[in-house]
Design a binder for this molecule. Structure first.
Ligand SMILES: Cc1cc2nc3c(=O)[nH]c(=O)nc-3n(C[C@H](O)[C@H](O)[C@H](O)COP(=O)(O)OP(=O)(O)OC[C@H]3O[C@@H](n4cnc5c(N)ncnc54)[C@H](O)[C@@H]3O)c2cc1C
Length: 415
């Protein structure tokens, strides 16, 4: 279909801020908090009814270890998961948490931090010119609205605003563009007594492990409360493509019921299906092409950067983009992510934080986990504030000042 339509409307300005953050996942919530702590008026626009991104919406309720529990992420652990708080910043932790408790915590945290959150506010497009975004158009429950700001931070996970503003981007493997598959994570609760297993019509009857979508068992029950978190569905495709996500939503739900039935008949006879989130989890979609692109060599070689904004030693973790079977998991000793991965040459007042920063497919598989995204968001919020204070482009933010402010906000980097 080659047909297209022009679309023009007058849209009322709804609010102005110093910094508008798009997307309230790990990167977006941290960006909003850190910018607000720099004294900026901050608006956070989130398309769903909850904050936390994949960590709540997608029920990804475990923080993967990154070997640097610092800054806002550390503060969150202290406030909601105090029993896991390590003495040292560089100790690895992988706490399993309640996505419901995190959702509540983030709502209240934003109020305490003076961040204006707009729920059900979906970014639609930018109003821009001369390398500058002036406003964003947002679909709300009350129709289309415009929001103005001096700085914008794209934390949509898909680089939605950056792409609309003309920032170059790419998706998936360099060889064929395939991204990591999607997974609908679900929970089962140990009821202490046998439960009646149920296999709805049309579901799969897996006979053994090799027939499962990932060909393996992958679940956690870390808190001795009988709650099993299951990461075993797998649907290939790119979550930013209409047909792929349409297929993934129905196929992943079919797999949830099929896997629950399999587990109930293979060792989990007392576990009932207790929570299925409202949307499939999306691992990988779009990466901007920033001033620097993080590479596999940087990750494997433990590269350090002068403009470091986040540190991680999370493994290379690629769920096979082809669908079934293998996962590429490789140990990583620890590396830096530079500020330039969040900055594009195309727009002066836009940063991109979270999983859609400038990184190759392999590097992205390591940097994508939640604690790293919180760290990137925190740095982006501060950098946007510095750019406002100094009336400069995000490209020209002083790294010395950024590091000073990060340190004031409790961020510690390993030497
Ligand atoms: C199945 C799965 C398992 C994973 N396992 C783990 C794990 O065990 N541990 C771990 O730490 N990490 C894990 N991850 C990775 C991690 O959850 C994500 O990479 C991380 O949440 C990315 O954070 P983010 O802030 O960049 O984006 P997201 O978490 O994707 O958040 C983006 C936010 O932006 C909002 N948004 C999107 N588009 C718009 C728009 N147009 N307008 C307004 N808002 C918008 C979304 O609703 C969402 O709230 C997993 C991911 C998946 C999918």
């Amino acid at each position: 279909m080659n047909k297209s339509y022009g679309f023009q409307r007058q849209v009322d300005l709804h609010a102005k801020a110093d910094v508008v953050v798009l997307g309230g996942g790990p990167a977006g919530t941290a960006a909003a908090i850190s910018a607000s702590r720099c004294g900026k008026k901050v608006i956070l626009l989130e398309q769903s009814g909850q904050l936390g991104g994949m960590g709540t919406l997608g029920n990804v309720s475990i923080f993967m270890p990154i070997g640097n529990v610092t800054g806002i992420y550390r503060e969150m652990i202290a406030e909601v998961l105090a029993e896991y708080l390590p003495d040292n910043h560089d100790t690895s932790i992988a706490p399993q948490y309640s996505p419901f408790a995190l959702r509540y915590y983030l709502n209240e945290k934003m109020k305490k931090e003076n961040v204006d959150v707009y729920y059900h506010a979906e970014f639609i497009g930018v109003i821009s010119g001369q390398r500058q975004i002036q406003a964003v158009i947002v679909s709300t429950r009350d129709g289309l609205k415009a929001f103005e700001a001096k700085q914008f931070i794209d934390c949509t996970g898909d680089a939605r605003a950056a792409i609309d503003a003309g920032v170059p981007y790419c998706s998936g493997r360099e060889s064929d563009g395939l991204t990591q598959p999607m997974t609908l994570m679900f929970m089962m609760q140990n009821t202490g007594k046998p439960v009646k297993s149920m296999l709805p019509e049309g579901c799969y009857e897996y006979k053994d492990k090799s027939e499962l979508p990932q060909g393996r068992h992958l679940f956690w029950e870390r808190n001795n409360d009988g709650m099993l978190l299951v990461n075993m569905t797998r649907v290939k495709g790119n979550g930013a493509k209409i047909e792929d996500i349409n297929f993934a939503e129905t196929e992943s739900l079919k797999q949830v019921f099929s896997i629950a039935y399999y587990l109930q008949n293979n060792g989990f006879e007392t576990y009932a299906l207790s929570h299925i989130p409202g949307q499939v989890g999306v691992r990988e979609t779009n990466q901007i092409q920033g001033l620097y692109t993080l590479t596999e060599q940087d990750v494997v070689g433990g590269r350090r950067f002068e403009d470091v904004v986040a540190q991680t030693n999370y493994e290379i973790d690629i769920h096979s983009p082809d669908g079934k079977g293998t996962t590429d998991e490789r140990h990583v000793s620890g590396y830096d992510i530079p500020y330039r991965c969040m900055v594009s040459d195309a727009i002066n007042n836009l940063l991109v934080a979270g999983r859609s920063i400038s990184a190759t497919h392999v590097a992205m598989s390591s940097m994508r986990v939640q604690p790293t995204c919180y760290a990137l968001g925190q740095a982006a919020g501060i950098a946007a504030s510095i750019a406002i204070n100094n009336s400069c482009s995000v490209k020209n933010v002083s790294m010395e000042t950024l590091h000073e402010r990060l340190s004031e906000q409790g961020v510690v980097f390993k030497k």
